[in-house]
Design a protein around this ligand. Structure first.
Ligand code: NAD
Ligand code: TYD
Length: 339
């Protein structure tokens, strides 16, 4: 199978590229990535040595480029990871989120239609469901939970999901959608909670926890997410949504404290809360477990230890990021709050 992966120079897309190359010796992988601030070719260094891997630096909102790539490569399937993915950035500048996440998805759907691509998988998020209250641990997001978004990021992802389902109903485009909880693991850009806290502690910077740190996220090791997407791509029912999550709920403060404990250092500081901050995410994954036999394999404590070890042994990867545009971004976001 030849699989086109958009956003493969990012965190989850990069892990998915390696998942495919390691697991399916006969598969070819074509990566399309614009290399925004979040895309890093160093993540794909080994893949770029593999003859089964091809990389295109291209914007998914550019119809001409996307058309050219589909004409040349004729992929059997496309998996769309490409997105603007950081809630905080979406609060600062929503426009690019709408352009990439909604319009870019439409460009890809059109290309799949025109070329008769056998599968289009949209990588979505549990954030499309909004949030759950902190005092109702019995509630979980199911695939039937109404879409109820809070941030420009989640609104753009929900819009894309609706478009994907509309293409299925209207044109019969063979689509599937996964909505996953928060991922963590190797190659995670160090502006998201877990890698930010690890790299900050290692560099002696404070660890900025929003509000009181009571917000809850449901964490999944990135490889378990890759396995879920792979199962859906090969066996999921067309037109269906699958929730993905491993019942690993933690408050942000618990996560940050666990990182401090693993590293033996790190000064936690409480900073101004995020606007519209979602309280709790929690996924009910029973549909994908029942239909496709997916189960998470990595316990949070083990995954976090592995992740901390990865950042300790891959300093060059994240130091290159910190020395560049990320550093300017860091000052803009946190300079006034903790310096
Ligand atoms: P990321 O920000 O690390 O990577 C995004 C990648 O997309 C980058 O390589 C970037 O260069 C590329 N990109 C951005 N705009 C592009 C464009 N216009 N054209 C081509 N490439 C473009 O994101 P991530 O955390 O790996 O998330 C990947 C996907 O998974 C996103 O769609 C996100 O919504 C979804 N998701 C993420 C999480 C999570 O916890 N990180 C959880 C659930 C779902
Ligand atoms: P994040 O990694 O941005 O993912 P998301 O907002 O998509 O869930 O944030 C995870 C949680 O951590 C979220 O509740 C916000 C919180 N957070 C902090 O407390 N401090 C930070 O510096 C960041 C980036 C996030």
């Amino acid at each position: 199978m030849k699989i086109l992966v958009t956003g493969g120079a990012g965190f989850i897309g990069g892990n998915f590229v390696y998942y495919l190359l390691n697991r399916y010796p006969g598969d070819k992988v074509v990566c399309v990535d614009k290399l925004t601030y979040a895309g890093n070719l160093e993540t794909l260094e080994s893949a770029l040595q593999d003859p089964r891997f091809t990389f295109y630096k291209a914007d998914i909102t550019d119809r001409r480029d996307v058309e050219e790539i589909f004409s040349k490569e004729k992929p059997d399937a496309a998996v769309n990871f490409a997105a603007e993915s950081h809630v905080d950035r979406s609060i600062g500048n929503p426009s690019v989120f709408l352009k990439t996440n909604i319009f870019g998805t439409q460009v890809l759907l059109d290309a799949c239609r025109r070329h008769g691509t056998a599968r289009f998988h949209q990588v979505s998020t549990d954030e499309v469901y909004g949030d759950l209250p902190l005092d109702r641990p019995d509630l979980f997001f199911t695939e039937e939970t109404p879409l109820h978004t809070s941030s420009p990021y989640s609104a753009s992802k929900a819009s894309a999901d609706l478009l994907v389902l509309a293409y299925f109903r209207t044109y019969g485009t063979p689509v599937t959608i996964s909505r996953c909880s928060n991922n963590y693991g190797p190659y995670h850009f160090p502006e998201k909670l877990i890698p930010l806290m690890i790299t900050s502690a290692l560099e002696g910077r404070p660890l900025p926890v929003y509000g009181t740190g009571a917000n809850v996220r449901d964490w999944l090791y990135v490889e378990d997410h890759c396995a879920a997407i792979d199962l859906i791509l090969r066996g999921g029912r067309l037109g269906e949504v699958y929730n993905v999550g491993g019942h690993n709920e933690r408050t942000n403060l618990q996560v940050v404290q666990a990182i401090v404990d693993l590293l033996g250092k790190g000064e936690i500081v409480f900073v101004k809360d995020r606007a519209g901050h979602d309280l709790r995410y929690a996924i009910d994954p029973s549909k994908i477990e029942r239909e496709l036999g997916w189960t998470p394999t990595v316990r949070f404590e083990d995954g976090l230890r592995r992740t901390v070890d990865w950042y300790l042994t891959h300093r060059a990867w994240w130091e290159h990021i910190l020395s560049g545009s990320y550093r300017r971004y860091y000052h803009k976001m946190y300079g006034g709050k903790i310096s």
